[in-house]
Design a binder for this molecule. Structure first.
Ligand SMILES: [Zn+2]
Ligand SMILES: [Zn+2]
Length: 131
């Protein structure tokens, strides 16, 4: 019985993130999940998010000075951070040589992946500024 409820909560959290605007934080996820599972606690939401990250279903985006955001797209990709509204937009282009070049330049380090943070404007802010 407890297992079943956990599964339902986990599914609700995952659904919310997958249907969310890009990259919500835990507080937003909590607010949305409560519409589906009113009894869920913030602690459970945090624990569920941690578990989903550990399982590789979602990615955690930790940024200095800001609430951790969650990303429903678990495949490696980059992000554009909007300077105006803070929106995080996926940028899915490849930089094929980057890992090899980094390993060459810093042989004493070990590289597992590349995550680039672009800065600029999201489509909405770009439109707002140019109209
Ligand atoms: Zn924006
Ligand atoms: Zn993303």
């Amino acid at each position: 019985m407890a297992m079943k409820r956990l599964t339902k909560q986990r599914k609700a959290v995952l659904d919310v993130i997958q249907n969310a605007r890009n990259h919500p934080d835990a507080a937003w996820v909590y607010q949305e999940v409560r519409k589906v599972v009113p009894s869920i606690s913030l602690g459970t939401v945090y624990r569920t998010l941690d578990a989903l990250v550990e399982e590789g279903r979602i990615i955690q985006l930790a940024r200095a000075g800001e609430a951790t955001r969650y990303d429903a797209n678990p495949t490696p990709h980059h992000h554009l951070i909007c300077d105006r509204c803070g929106e995080i937009v996926d940028v899915e282009i490849e930089f094929p040589d980057m890992l090899a070049k980094a390993s060459e330049a810093y042989p004493e380090l070990r590289f597992h992946g590349v995550s680039i943070e672009f800065h600029g404007l999201c489509a909405k802010c770009r439109d707002a500024l140019s109209s």
